[in-house]
Write a protein that binds this ligand. Structure first.
Ligand code: ZN
Length: 341
């Protein structure tokens, strides 16, 4: 990736003050964990050459979040007879036992003890080999375990933008963070543009790309026969979603993506979301309605010339807070995120 693609566009640059505010807020987040003000903010980006601190520094909040992710408690929820959701070590992981092999979708932490825990959980699920690992998008809480599962002999499969993002350093200004390139063994080796089908013997599993929603490389995974959908972060069930504007994600894109997902689910489809419990079509509809409400209310504030902080102060989502604002992003931070997109 060229230098210019690592550096965000001018309009997305954050001031040191904003970075401080965001950093301190994110430190309290459920995923990043911890409650320490990072020293990294003491080094503001140079004016003409903005850069964001590396998440490889042990005191970066994302480094701390990765450690806490690695020490999460694994829990297993049965989705169908041959399909489970594994949670607790990052984004939700789906594991499907096919005729002669296992398909894993997303893989959470790449650090022990989560890596050993995931291997053990998969072994308990089936003695068949893990043949494929699909990444629904490039974010670390869904891909950090790639090399671990590749070590079991799995082939890594993803949309081609996932490979592109993982192959190079990438900054996410909203997190005040630069992610370094992933090692070779963590990169997807089979990539696709629009859609790919994997034959698991007992079922043809569909991987379908949705453009510019949560990121630029989102794909959902559909099991038409057993009636299961895994959305990746196109659905945060029961909480406000993070949307990655640093690689083309947008609120409107999320709305279009969830409208599309509604066309592929049936009333009784079981949905494995990126975050949150195993869900239903009704949960997807509730998320979509929430996103539309947020879009309309924030658009009014923007049209009235309000700044992000004025919008936060106006409390436009007060009635949504109890239901949606208790997850990774609280209501105020979600308003700031939407304003930053
Ligand atoms: Zn994500």
């Amino acid at each position: 990736m060229s230098h210019s693609s690592v550096v965000p566009p001018r309009s997305r640059l954050v001031t040191r003050r904003e970075a401080l505010r965001r950093g301190s807020l994110f430190l309290g987040g459920a995923i990043l964990g911890g409650a320490l003000l990072p020293r990294l903010f003491a080094q503001p980006p140079a004016q003409d050459e903005p850069s964001y601190p590396s998440v490889d520094a042990p005191d970066h909040p994302i480094a701390k979040g990765r450690l806490s992710m690695a020490n999460g408690k694994i829990s297993v929820t049965r989705v169908t007879e041959n399909h489970v959701m594994i949670s607790g070590i990052g984004g939700n992981i789906g594991a499907f036992v096919g005729e002669d092999s296992v398909l894993v979708v997303d893989c959470g932490s790449g650090l022990p003890p989560a890596t050993e825990g995931l291997r053990k959980t998969l072994k308990e699920l089936s003695d068949k080999p893990v043949r494929y690992v699909v990444n629904t998008h490039w974010h670390y809480d869904h891909t950090d375990g790639n090399a671990n599962l590749r070590g079991l002999g799995a082939t890594l499969v993803a949309h081609n933008a996932v490979r592109t993002r993982l192959s190079s350093a990438h900054a996410i200004p909203f997190f005040n963070a630069t992610f370094s390139a992933a090692p070779r063994e963590a990169l997807p080796t089979i990539t696709f543009d629009h859609e790919l089908e994997l034959d698991l013997g007992s079922e043809q599993v569909r991987l379908v790309h949705v453009p510019l929603a949560h990121t630029d490389g989102d794909a959902y995974v559909l099991w038409p026969k057993s009636n299961v959908l895994q959305t990746g972060d196109l659905l945060f069930s029961g909480s406000y979603p993070f949307i990655d504007g640093s690689c083309g994600g947008s609120l409107e894109g999320m709305i279009v993506a969830e409208e599309h997902l509604l066309t592929v689910v049936k009333p009784d489809t079981r949905i494995i979301p990126g975050h949150g419990p195993v869900s239903t079509r009704a949960d997807l509809i509730a998320s979509l309605e929430m996103l539309r409400t947020v879009r309309d209310r924030i658009a009014k504030l923007r049209a009235a010339g309000k700044s992000a902080e004025q919008a936060v102060a106006a409390k436009p989502l007060a009635d949504l807070d109890a239901k949606w604002g208790q997850g990774f992003l609280n209501t105020d931070n979600f308003i700031r995120l939407v304003y930053s997109l």
